[in-house]
Design a protein around this ligand. Structure first.
Ligand code: G6P
Length: 614
């Protein structure tokens, strides 16, 4: 999660870029940089200043070596590909092009391979290749605008970009695909920024680019184009009120904003666990888990509450399948009272967004009292669990304000899948080729999540129907069984509709008695080896009058044609990462059902974000 700001100005921009960067420092702070088009004695040129670490360091750098102009872009980085040093800091230059980027360019390796004979690459980033692409396209005779548009078509991934080009004065190019980007409208000036917070001191008039949009921003004009390069008009939002309100951007609730942040938050999580540049999972020592040796662990105990516990249930499948590691999952409030038969050489890992949940903390302390090695997978690294466990593992989802957990859930899943791969590699169950395939699947997730978010309008319509129900059921098999549990929990939490999740094969052993005419049943079933079996269970409820919504992929939709009342088609995704991508659909479904019912989505009745009582 990096931060971008850019100014197409009529007054010098450097101080204002730095001010905007400070507002964005919450998004990343391992290095920062600016690039401006300087004009001295009518000679213009693109210059940059960069520094490792906090924005203060960049300021000091600029004090020593001033740079200013009327057009500029700036960036604060949270490293994904390549170490956090000055060489890898943005803006990246190639020929006449200066570029800042947030997100992941998935196909950077193949693009680099195509260009490496004619271009010199100096960084370890996935970003640099984009600057080369644009510069190369201009060399072939395209204008800056056409070169930018043509280069965008070659990129796969989830990203936001800001570009200035030497000799193409007066224009900043911007694009949004999967990562947020806003355009600020000023008085005789215009801006780009990762969010309205970055632009807050510059303007209150903001256009939030839509998925796939790109734009040409000048001092007196903003041209916006959609994914097909068709000129489009986008609404202007007036951003007023407190910073907290501004933080919601143009989202109605924090929960919706947090759902939409997931392409970014998942890539943030991946950054910690994956060496994306070398297509490797990080080793325990790279993760600073000094003496943790997965090869020696005989059993893993995952312990958590609520949504975090469902992430742990999904992880059980991953650790068992990818690392052949026996896993127990415990609800934290049950763990110590059931007096579990613990074996030596096992690790107890607590999973908690807050790191403060009383039951989970007590379970951690209980495990420690029994001399188990302990680990805490948390979102808040200053939390008690992170401090008390032998190993603290971050999920890096950023502050989660909505009480119903969304982005923390997908980040917990992403971290747990990464750890399962790490364990599988260390235990010798994952070959190098399989590891590379898994890493490719992991790095595709931000893009696939962004694609799934485009189903929002369809999901909203489906949610209207769901909101009329008194009871609902969620079914899934394999790792989609815990996802069904999470789907039901989300619906209960914020819409107050009674919902239950079941393993699809279990419904017939009792709960099927509750199915009557029109009972909504949501079936989560991407095409995998269990698909046919899940479809059989779907038909069992369908023939008893259930109103079935099948959440699947293209192939699943084809196979189940005519068998469900509604089918929601998700992007194709590999079996290991499917629960993470499919999680988006159940989150949006609950959200829209709750909004339709008019509940307090961000602060649902009787619930608390962090439950510090037993
Ligand atoms: C509360 C929240 C849930 C959350 C659970 C565990 O019950 O309402 O959304 O999943 O606590 O919280 P934790 O911070 O430990 O993940």
């Amino acid at each position: 999660m990096c931060g971008i700001i850019g100014i197409a100005g009529t007054k010098p921009v450097t101080d204002r870029l730095l001010e905007g960067l400070k507002r964005l420092e919450y998004r990343g702070y391992d290095s920062a940089g600016i690039a401006v088009i300087e004009k001295n004695n009518h000679v213009s040129g693109l210059v940059r200043r960069r520094a490792k670490g906090k924005i203060r360091n960049l300021e000091e750098r600029i004090e020593l070596e001033p740079a200013d102009g009327l057009f500029g872009i700036a960036h604060t980085r949270w490293a994904t590909h390549g170490a956090p040093n000055e060489i890898n800091a943005h803006p990246h230059f190639a020929g006449r092009v200066g570029l800042v980027h947030n997100g992941i360019i998935e196909n950077f390796t193949s693009l680099r391979d195509e260009l490496k004979h004619t271009r010199d690459f100096v960084t370890q980033t996935d970003t640099e290749v984009v600057a080369h692409l644009i510069d190369e396209a201009m060399k072939s005779g395209l204008s800056g605008k056409d070169a930018f548009a043509a280069s965008l078509k070659k990129l796969t991934g989830a990203f936001a970009l800001g570009v200035v080009i030497d000799g193409v004065d007066g224009q900043i190019f911007a694009a949004r695909r999967g990562s947020p980007l806003a355009i600020g409208l000023g008085d005789g000036e215009n801006y780009i920024g990762s969010d309205a917070i970055a632009l807050a001191s510059l303007t209150t008039r903001v256009i939030y680019l839509e998925e796939g949009d790109w734009a040409v921003v000048t001092t007196d004009n903003v041209e916006i184009f959609d994914l097909n390069d068709t000129p489009v008009k986008r609404d202007i939002t007036i951003v007023t009120g407190s910073l907290a309100a501004a933080e919601k951007g143009n989202y109605r609730h924090f929960m919706l904003k947090e759902i939409y942040e997931q392409p970014e938050t998942v890539s943030h999580t991946l950054t910690h666990y994956v060496d994306a540049f070398n297509h490797k999972i990080k080793t325990p020592s790279e993760l600073e888990l000094k003496d943790l040796d997965f090869a020696k662990i005989e059993r893993l105990s995952l312990i958590a509450c609520g949504t975090a516990a469902y992430a742990a249930y999904v992880a059980k499948y991953w650790f068992e399948q990818l690392a052949e590691m026996p896993v127990d999952v415990d609800i934290a409030s049950e763990f110590r009272y059931r007096k579990p038969a613990l074996i030596k050489n096992s690790v107890a890992m607590v999973v908690s967004q807050s790191g403060e949940t009383a039951d989970t903390l007590a379970a951690l302390r209980y495990a420690q009292s029994k001399d188990l090695q302990t680990a805490a997978l948390v979102n808040v690294m200053s939390s008690t669990m992170a401090r008390e466990a032998d190993f603290a593992l971050p999920i890096n989802a950023g502050p989660e304000i909505g009480v119903a957990s969304t982005k923390a859930f997908t980040s917990q899943l992403t971290a747990l899948l990464s750890l399962a791969i790490c364990a599988g590699v260390q235990r010798g169950h994952i070959s190098e080729t399989y590891e590379q395939k898994l890493i490719a699947s992991l790095t595709q997730m931000p893009r696939l999540i962004a694609e799934t978010l485009t189903l929002d309008d369809d999901i909203e319509k489906l949610a209207h129907d769901l909101s009329k129900a008194k009871n609902a059921f969620y079914l899934g098999r394999g790792m989609h069984f815990p996802l069904a549990l999470e789907g039901a929990l989300k619906l209960k939490e914020i819409s107050y509709i009674h919902a239950e999740g079941y393993a699809a094969g279990e419904l017939k052993h009792g709960p099927i008695a509750l199915i009557e005419e029109g009972t909504p049943v949501i079936v989560i079933a991407p095409t995998d080896e269990l698909f046919e079996k899940t479809v059989s269970n779907m038909q069992e409820v369908s023939t008893r009058g259930a109103k079935v919504l099948l959440i699947t992929d293209k192939e699943g939709a084809r196979k189940a044609k005519g068998m469900a009342n509604d089918i929601l088609i998700c992007p194709d995704v590999c079996v290991e990462t499917a629960p993470i991508v499919y999680a988006i659909t159940i989150q949006l479904l609950s959200y829209h059902a709750a909004v339709h019912l008019g509940t307090d989505v961000d602060q649902p009745r009787n619930l608390a974000k962090s439950v510090t009582v037993e």
